[in-house]
Each structure stands twice: as structure tokens, then as C-alpha cells.
Design a protein around this ligand. Structure first.
Ligand code: ZN
Length: 329
């Protein structure tokens, strides 16, 4: 057995959106996550990169978006993260359904999965998302953001991701190498996917589950699809050991990339899903005070020197504030 540190769970999930304003309004206002960082795609500074999280940007709570207006619609399928599941406090799903009715959100009937209740819905780009009702422990590390959604319903970070895979075996072995353990299998009826869902669990308190479902039809990246899932490797040493383990598994991880709020290694796993290994630090408060997170466009590193040019090329957006919300909030 290799000596890499097990990942505590998911660090963040990054998705592709269309219209940036619509994305901001849905994730910050309708779902009530905190916009903790407003930046640009470091590889394509003509596009925004929005980071939504809990009140303090706790690792495991971030969902981030590249709004690429010109990308076109995607198709969820094999080789992708097919679902993002978020934690909602036990007892809050009635209020979420009422909120979804008020806001015209497209949601499905609740389902039971591994003893928990799941409320599936789609964001305005068609991205499949789920709320999972969980009993939050007294020492839960997440911090509710209550600007738009009251504390007893506020989303508390990632619960899980579901991977749709053509050949789950190699990915299952990689997840075990990363420190997750298979904890159960359930039927998973669905047209696009196979008929069995296997759950893998890490030991951390947030984002600890990865579900694997066999699938046949390939996905296509675009609006309403997941770009990658990042796993927590809290320190550089944890990350280096996990990177070595990925190489030993026959994969080709990148060198470490400085993502300014964390340091990242990317690796495309055997079935084509892009995994990231992300450090816990320096964190979203490394360049803005906690109270001001998301308040301005942050341009990391050398991008700041090109601020005028970059701002001129970005779509204008208005960040939702409680005092500018529509009357029905
Ligand atoms: Zn990422």
C-alpha cells in the first residue's frame, strides 16, 4: 500500500454555464450561496470565473462556473460528473420546493438514496443538481450564508458527485487509491445510465461521497455540464504524494499550477473525467477580507497589470445583493 494521505473529500466542482448574469442570479440569489470570488478564467481571461461557497469559503463547499456564452449546450453522459449533490439541512426540502415553485426552478420528485432524501433539480443552463437532506453535526465545519436563504435551509457545501463511466473498474480502483472506500450499492434506474450505483466514501465531513454509475452514451462539454471535480489534498506534501500515486496508476497528472486561492494538479482519469487535486490554502481570504469576499473583480498575479484590457472584454454583471432582490424574496 502506498503512503499517500487519503483525501478528506471534494474540494470544489467547476461547471460550464452560459449567460453570466443568469448564472450569478441563480446560484447567489435563488440557491443563496455566497459569491466568494469574482475573477476570470486564468487560462482564458476573456471569461468570468465565479466561485460560490458557504459564508467562509470552507474547502468542500465551492461550486464554480466558467460562463462561456459561446460554448453551446452540453450533453451529460459517460466520462463526466453527471450530478452535483449539495447538503441541505434535514427538514428543509419542503421550503426548497416552495422556493423552487416561486422562482420557476425545474425540479423532480424526491428520491431515497442510501437512506437519505434527494431533491433533484436543474439550474438555468440545465445543469443537474441535487439537494440532499442531512443531519448536520454540531461541529460541522461549514458556515451558513443567510443573505437570501434562512439558516435552517442554507446549503452547506457539497454532499457528493455522481460519475457516469463507460468502464467503472479502473476509476473505482483510483478512488480507492485516493483513500475512498466502497460503502454500498443500490439500484440506479435511469435511461442514460446503467442500473447500479456504487457509493465511495472519504473520511472528511464535507463532500465525502463519490457515486459511480455505469453509462454508455458519451457526454459533450458545454453549458449545463461539469468541467471537473477537485479533491482536497490539504498540503503540498499531500498533493505530491497523491500525484505520485496517480502516476503509479498509469495516469499523467500535470505539474502543480498556482490557482492563487489554492494550488492544483489536474489529472484525467481512466474514463475521461477531469480530476483536480487542490490544496486547502491560501484560501479565498488571502486577497480580500472575509467581509468583502466577491465584492470586486479579483485579477490574480500578472493579470492585474492588464485590468483595463480584461475588464473591457468581460460581460457586465450585477452581483445580487439582498437589498436589490426582487420583492418576492
Ligand atoms: Zn478547479
Amino acid at each position: 500500500m502506498a503512503d499517500q494521505t487519503p483525501t478528506p473529500g471534494i474540494h470544489h466542482v467547476t461547471c460550464v454555464a452560459g449567460d453570466p448574469q443568469r448564472n450569478l442570479e441563480f446560484w447567489a440569489e435563488t440557491l443563496g450561496l455566497r459569491l466568494v470570488k469574482r475573477s476570470v478564467n486564468q487560462d482564458d481571461p476573456s471569461a468570468h470565473h465565479f466561485f460560490f461557497a458557504d459564508a467562509e469559503g470552507t474547502p468542500g463547499t465551492s461550486v464554480t462556473f466558467f460562463p462561456w456564452a459561446g460554448a453551446g449546450s452540453g450533453t451529460v453522459g459517460a466520462g463526466q460528473v453527471s450530478r452535483i449533490a449539495l447538503r441541505a439541512p434535514a427538514g428543509s426540502l419542503d421550503s426548497w420546493e416552495a422556493r423552487f415553485d416561486d422562482h420557476g426552478v425545474d425540479y423532480d420528485d424526491r428520491v431515497e438514496r442510501f437512506g437519505e432524501t434527494v431533491l433533484p433539480f436543474r439550474d438555468p443552463d440545465g445543469l443537474p443538481v441535487e439537494l440532499v437532506a442531512v443531519d448536520l453535526p454540531a461541529d460541522d465545519p461549514t458556515v451558513p450564508w443567510t443573505a437570501f436563504v434562512p439558516e435552517d435551509a442554507a446549503i452547506r457545501g457539497c454532499h457528493s458527485v455522481t460519475l457516469w463511466l463507460a468502464d467503472p473498474g479502473a476509476t473505482a480502483a483510483l478512488l480507492e487509491t485516493m483513500g475512498l472506500s466502497a460503502v454500498g450499492t443500490e439500484p440506479a434506474p435511469g435511461a442514460a445510465a446503467g442500473d447500479e450505483r456504487t457509493r465511495f466514501a472519504a473520511d472528511g465531513p464535507v463532500g465525502r461521497y463519490v457515486d459511480v454509475v455505469p453509462a454508455v452514451a458519451s457526454g459533450r462539454q458545454g453549458h449545463g455540464t461539469v468541467h471537473h471535480v477537485a479533491f482536497q489534498t490539504p498540503t503540498d506534501e499531500d498533493q505530491a504524494s497523491m500525484r505520485a500515486a496517480a502516476r503509479a496508476a498509469g495516469l499523467r497528472p500535470t505539474r502543480q499550477v498556482d490557482r492563487h486561492w489554492f494550488r492544483s494538479v489536474y489529472v484525467r482519469e481512466h474514463n475521461g473525467v477531469l480530476f483536480e487535486l487542490a490544496t486547502s490554502g491560501p484560501g479565498y481570504t488571502s486577497d480580500e477580507p472575509l467581509a468583502d469576499l466577491g465584492g470586486r473583480l479579483v485579477l490574480p498575479g500578472e493579470l492585474e497589470a492588464r485590468r483595463d484590457q480584461i475588464e473591457a472584454g468581460l460581460a457586465d454583471v450585477t452581483v445580487p445583493r439582498p437589498d436589490t432582490a426582487s420583492a418576492d424574496d
